[in-house]
Ligand binder design. Structure first.
Ligand code: PMP
Length: 304
């Protein structure tokens, strides 16, 4: 799906015309993957557009930057203000938000210390990442032959641009195999996550999800789903999960800002039979929360 162009992009404190929001070919991050970024969503609600879990995302951006020894010259608060201003400037009611902080133009080579840190925020309309049909009827997945990055080589908690070449390989492999998405194992062989989603498994009325030590990106939608599930009275256990357990699961779903809550209907050609009642119950509360229809979760919304 081509990116839907809007008017302005925020770059280093300025609102720049969309077509002028460019970088130099010798930008450090383009060569070495030395950027950190976020994916956030703004939803249309009865009280106007609202950014979902805005602060948590900007804090994670700052944490990712800290891991890679990058000083972001804007506070969490300043980034939140810039984002809201940008959504207003573009007149959007609902959009995806992509903040990025990256090592820019200055020097080449692996010593990044003298390379300036640039920061940009883009917003544009972007629908369901794994499709509306996927959200309703589930998607087909396979276990990838590519492992998720190991904490011995790259910190999985950091949402770093370079890390995503690993995700792209598993995504391509799954698409070539006729699936919608991959599931990746961690360096020990336990289930980690999707290329851009966290994974949940339901078995005998209990909910399981891989723990932080399974090389996951600690997702904000993962936290949202855990909170909602516990509020609904379900036990949620963070524990190592094996491939075979997925085959015998009652329900499986992915969570992510882009993917929201997407059920999984197949793993390695093995069907996870409908009707997935617990997934549907969590989905229902999630969609109410993001649309501002559930007062219990109003603190998750930052109104424009
Ligand atoms: N894992 C990976 C690798 C991701 O890229 C994402 C998307 N940011 C997630 C999980 C889900 O995280 P979140 O719910 O915070 O979007």
């Amino acid at each position: 799906m081509p990116i839907q162009k809007v008017k302005k992009i925020w770059m280093n404190g300025e609102f720049v015309d969309w077509d002028d929001a460019n970088v130099h070919i010798l930008t450090h991050a383009l060569h070495y993957g030395s950027g950190v970024f976020e994916g956030i969503r703004c939803y249309k609600t009865a009280d106007g557009p609202a950014v979902f879990r805005h602060r948590e995302h900007m804090e994670r951006l700052h944490n990712s930057a800290k891991i890679y020894q990058m000083e972001i010259p804007y506070s969490v608060e300043e980034l939140m203000d810039a984002t809201k201003e940008l959504i207003r400037e573009n007149g959007l009611e609902e959009c995806y938000i992509r903040p990025i902080a990256y090592r820019g133009y200055g020097e080449m080579g692996l010593n990044p210390m003298n390379v300036p840190i640039d920061v940009a925020i883009a917003v544009w309309p972007w629908g369901a990442y794994l499709g509306d049909e996927g959200i309703k009827n589930g998607i087909r997945t396979m276990i990838s032959s590519f492992q998720r990055i190991s904490p011995k080589s790259l910190p999985p908690f950091a949402k770093c641009t370079g890390t995503y070449v690993n995700s792209i390989l598993s995504k391509l492999e799954s698409l070539h195999a006729g699936c919608d998405e991959a599931i990746v194992l961690d360096y020990r062989g336990f289930i980690s996550e999707g290329p851009g989603e966290n994974l949940f498994m339901i078995k005998s009325g209990k909910i399981f999800t891989p723990p932080e030590h399974a090389s996951i990106l600690v997702g904000i939608t993962r936290d949202t789903a855990i909170t909602i599930a516990r509020d609904l009275g379900y036990d949620v256990v963070e524990t190592d999960i094996t491939r075979g357990q997925l085959y015998l699961a009652d329900e499986l779903f992915f969570t992510g800002t882009a993917a929201e809550i997407t059920p999984i209907r197949e793993v390695d050609d093995i069907e996870i039979e409908k009707p997935w009642p617990i997934t549907k119950a969590i989905q229902e509360k999630f969609y109410a929360a993001i649309k501002g229809k559930d007062q219990n979760y109003k603190d998750w919304l930052d109104y424009i």
